[in-house]
Design a protein around this ligand. Structure first.
Ligand code: SAH
Length: 349
């Protein structure tokens, strides 16, 4: 198919069910056609319209002409030997993004990207170091889920989606929201919003929108420092989005689930017992879970992971002060698929 054609036709995965219904109705299709399309795309994970047996040939041909059906290819796959897999997907404009499959005890977690690169430039994160290319479209988010599902095609159990890959999801709110419609739609990927976590460095205005539009989606907040000054040093976004306002919002806005507070442990920077006490005090009054993530190394960055004993001490202080804490020793470090390690540099794959 020529580039011109592709540019003129919308990619089929860019449509929510409601949008597709409106378009297909306007094109003379029956009411149920859009749902059939969705079920082939997302339930059966089949994007080859010519093979859709329960749709009349004339309608298949018409659909084929209305949309761009080209897959976004899986360019590369890396496995850490224990089931964690990092996939590299090629986008229509030549950009590449990473998406990660993580096997857990009783389910799989998909770690999804929301942007190609990231504009936040957090000091400890490899994605920040590669810079920002652009927002991902809803279809580019949905195709990550479809591509990851193909990796485990015989599996029908629980999936957990976390927006903890490349990018800041709340700086791409409109596309994130449209992707969430496709992901949670019963005729779409049919994943409960309770099994979706959006992780954010804290963009308050869009966080409020997300919680209003998707009250069941879980929120994870990347805190990473117990005080605003250190946080602003590590996370430049913190100079624009006040930590106090964010924590105030978390304290006041009542919600069903606890907020997860992610805290990357950096040796000698934010890992002392005094800082653990400070952290517990800051979170006082917020229904919280703390997720400690010992730093995953990046060759281009100056930080180090704390010793295991110091991670334990930090955790013990929090437990002592009544907090719920889990330590996440990230999987897939060998293949650079762990938290904060996703990055595509020109020529590095
Ligand atoms: N921009 C969003 C989504 C990215 S999530 C956010 O900030 O939440 C990535 C998570 O991994 C964040 O909690 C981040 O703090 C953490 N992280 C980033 N770099 C890391 C590193 N090198 N080691 C461990 N965790 C890291």
């Amino acid at each position: 198919m020529s580039v011109m054609n592709r540019m003129q036709r919308p990619w089929i995965l860019e449509r929510t069910l409601d949008e597709l219904k409106d378009e297909l109705r306007a094109d003379g299709f029956r009411e149920y056609a859009a749902r059939q399309v969705f079920q082939w795309l997302y339930h059966k994970n089949n994007q080859d319209v010519a093979s859709w047996s329960n749709i009349a040939r004339a309608n298949r041909e018409k659909l084929a002409g209305l949309y761009d059906w080209e897959a976004r290819p899986l360019l590369e796959k890396q496995d850490d030997g224990r089931g964690t897999r990092k996939l590299l997907i090629g986008l229509a404009d030549g950009l590449r993004i990473e998406t990660v499959l993580i096997p857990e005890k009783d389910h799989f977690t998909f770690c999804l990207s929301s942007q190609a690169g990231c504009p936040l430039a957090c000091a400890f994160c490899a994605t920040g170091a590669m810079g920002f290319r652009r927002n991902l479209t809803a279809g580019e988010i949905a195709t990550q889920v479809l591509t990851l599902k193909k990796e485990i095609s015989d599996y029908a159990g629980k999936l957990n989606l976390v927006f903890m890959g490349m990018g800041e999801p709340l700086l791409n709110y409109n596309n994130l929201a449209r992707a969430l419609r496709i992901i949670t739609d019963a005729d779409g990927l049919n994943i409960s919003p309770r099994h979706v976590t959006v992780s954010t460095a804290g963009i308050l205005e869009n966080l409020k929108k997300l919680e209003a539009d998707f009250p069941q989606v879980k929120i994870a907040f990347s805190l990473n420092a117990p005080d605003p000054l250190l946080r602003a040093e590590l996370m430049p976004i913190s100079r624009r989005e006040s930590l106090d306002s964010l924590l105030g919002y978390f304290r006041e806005h009542k919600r069903r689930q606890r907020i997860t507070f992610e805290y990357v442990l950096l040796r000698g920077v934010n890992d002392s017992p005094a800082q653990a006490r400070q952290l517990a005090k800051r979170l006082h009054g917020i229904p919280a879970k703390v997720n400690l993530i010992p730093y995953n190394a990046n060759p281009r960055l100056p930080f180090r992971r704390p010793a295991e004993i110091d991670v334990e001490k930090f955790r013990a202080v929090l437990l002592d002060m009544g907090m719920t804490v889990i330590t996440r020793w990230s999987k897939g470090q060998e293949i650079r698929s762990a938290c904060g390690q996703l990055a595509v540099f020109p020529g590095n794959t």
